[in-house]
Design a protein around this ligand. Structure first.
Ligand SMILES: [Zn+2]
Length: 222
């Protein structure tokens, strides 16, 4: 692409492009779990709108935190294909029970970052017998395309230096640390499996290294 040149041969002045996340709004959000503050952010790098639900006086260290990857089917429709909806509800309940904490809801993370339609296509392949990893690969997608830079930016804006991370996924921990947030502890978020998601959960454990020790107790589910 050629640069536009102004009439006097000078490059026109361009407004400096913002990068990173910008806090745009704070709004009270009463929920069935408790009264949160919804803090809205604009991610200038990707153009996404993001939101963090903050409960209580969170402080700076060892803050109870969930980085929840958006999952429309699980979070809104109660899908049993995955355990996302239950994990989100558990995380919100845990933060309220603790008296303080943050749930960062990460948009753009559908299907481990392949988009809603990509995820539905992967689910169609899983119905034919592929596992969640094979399905992503068969569609030409990476196994996990999620980026956690935004989550780290949001936590930094909220003044959080170290977290107790509610997650079974070692990659989330590694990604946060890489982006400058300390992880003091990884808190398991174990949802009892059901017939519809046991294969998916076993794949997460066996192929994606998720820490899911409770699956041992449900050998009877096929
Ligand atoms: Zn899900």
């Amino acid at each position: 692409m050629t640069e536009k040149v102004g009439v006097l041969g000078k490059k026109p002045q361009r407004p400096q492009r913002r990068t990173g996340v910008e806090r745009v709004v704070n709004a009270p959000l009463p929920t069935v779990y408790g009264k949160f503050q919804a803090v809205g952010y604009l991610d200038h790098d990707r153009g996404d709108e993001q939101v963090a639900l903050v409960y209580g006086d969170i402080g700076t260290d060892e803050v109870l935190v969930r980085l929840h990857s958006e999952c429309l089917t699980g979070d809104a429709f109660g899908s049993q294909h995955c355990e996302c909806g239950d994990q989100l509800a558990s995380a919100l309940r845990a933060v309220v029970a603790e008296g303080a904490g943050v749930v960062v809801y990460l948009r753009g993370h559908e299907g481990r970052g392949i988009g809603l339609l990509g995820k539905l296509r992967a689910m169609a392949l899983q119905a034919e017998g592929l596992d969640t990893v094979e399905a992503n690969l068969a569609l030409g997608f990476p196994v996990d395309a999620r980026d956690y830079g935004v989550a780290a930016g949001v936590l930094q804006d909220l003044g959080v230096r170290s977290v107790r991370l509610m997650s079974n996924n070692p990659r989330k921990r590694e990604a946060l640390v890489r982006h400058g947030i300390q992880v003091a502890e990884q808190v398991p978020l174990l949802i009892p499996p059901c017939e519809n998601n046991i294969t998916y959960l076993r794949t997460k454990r066996e192929r994606l290294d998720h820490h899911l020790p409770h699956l041992d107790a449900v050998a009877h589910l096929s």
